[in-house]
Design a binder for this molecule. Sequence first.
Ligand SMILES: Cc1cc2nc3c(=O)[nH]c(=O)nc-3n(C[C@H](O)[C@H](O)[C@H](O)COP(=O)(O)OP(=O)(O)OC[C@H]3O[C@@H](n4cnc5c(N)ncnc54)[C@H](O)[C@@H]3O)c2cc1C
Length: 447
Amino acid sequence: MPDPSRILVIGAGFAGTHLVRALARLLPKEISVTLVSDESYTTFNPMLPEAVGASVFPEQVIVPVREMLPRDGPQQFIMGAVTALDRTKRELICRTLAGDIVLGYDHLVLAIGSRARLDLLPGMAGQALPLKTVGDAMHIRNTVLRRLARIELESNAALRRSLGHFIVIGGGFSGVEVAGELIDCLHSIRRYYPRVAADELKVTVLHGLGRLLPELSPRLAASALASLEKRGVRVRLETRAESMSAEGVRLAGGEIVIGQTVICTVGTSSNPLLERLGLPLHQGRVIVGGDMAVPNHPGLWAIGDCACVPNAFDGSHAPPTAQFAVREARVLAANLRDALAGKPTRPFRYRSRGMMASIGHRKGVAEVAGIALTGWPAWLVWRAYYLSQIPTRSRRWRIAFEWVLGMFYPPDITHLRFTRSHEMLADERRRQREHALETESAVATAR
Ligand SMILES: Cc1cc2nc3c(=O)[nH]c(=O)nc-3n(C[C@H](O)[C@H](O)[C@H](O)COP(=O)(O)OP(=O)(O)OC[C@H]3O[C@@H](n4cnc5c(N)ncnc54)[C@H](O)[C@@H]3O)c2cc1C
């Protein structure tokens, strides 16, 4: 007879960490709760565009999971990737730094999020820069800095223009946020690149629909559009990208928008683990009942971006947002407590409190509790909200301090490369060999 009190949660994103924290409050200490995740930190994805625009440092958008869990509770965190699941034996295999381990469970919660989709358009996998992880954000930021450094050294005017053109695909939240952050970042850091002219740097948004930010009211969407255009962003509505190449983006009508940097904020695909589990999916998300249990699989639950959760408030499916993931986690914690006590569970029911977007340095749009805000007040509300979500006080203070400093100084242009000493030595030896070969061939030609 297995111990009836082992809860295993896979995924330490918004959903998984909030669930484990809520369980720590609701469950007696005898019940073991284990959180397994392949990264040691949670990424505050809504702040990734700010990391791209160098408004915040990458370490400000992540929080170590171990810092988030209550220290005196029975919860355990294991860093490892779940690779397989045996639902009959109620066991999973987790690949850790110490090799594969088998973990048993009585209740298993899938909170594994989704992935960026890179096969949406031909050429996308090779050319587009997705924005889904903190690594993506750092890569885009470094690419932008490398482009500026290269423009300074190139003399071909067409090549300089192509290097300086940043194309953002998608005019939803992430696209608008990235475009706003990028244009402000380019304006502020150009002072460090004296041989790059202002008109050599451009940001273009390509958006398939008739207006930006379809999740917000038309008024706020128009305000975001006006703010972007005022700062020089070119927004092309009803414009569909068809394919990508090293040259740029080919549009549906055949036109090619020339630019070497394409940031793609559209398209998600399901986590490969979900596909391996063979559970019924709807649009790449596991189908769950109102209480977030997977039908016909006792002890299996799913929440967050990886789950298709019906919302009893309006009969819709909960959207894949952090706001909903956190609320789902709280309701599931209560449902797990009730299920363990043999009581009935309750359906997820939540009315969105609003939406916010930061659209550049100290600019935002927000709709909170029916009140529409734009510009600096919206941006302040946005930052205050995310600061309130940072789980530990020490980290909150550190981030608040950096944010205040960031209001008075230009963005950081450090292009950090983690080159290790033996890589430097190997590079040096390679250059010496190349130099020796060139000298040999020059001597041979002279003879
Ligand atoms: C650029 C961007 C901007 C966004 N802006 C907003 C916004 O402004 N407002 C908003 O509400 N939402 C926003 N979102 C959406 C929001 O980030 C997601 O809805 C939210 O992160 C979902 O939480 P989750 O816990 O379901 O998934 P995630 O946060 O993606 O977490 C999934 C976790 O599972 C782990 N994992 C995956 N597979 C495995 C495995 N096999 N084994 C172990 N661990 C695994 C991952 O490492 C990760 O820790 C944004 C998203 C992006 C990408």
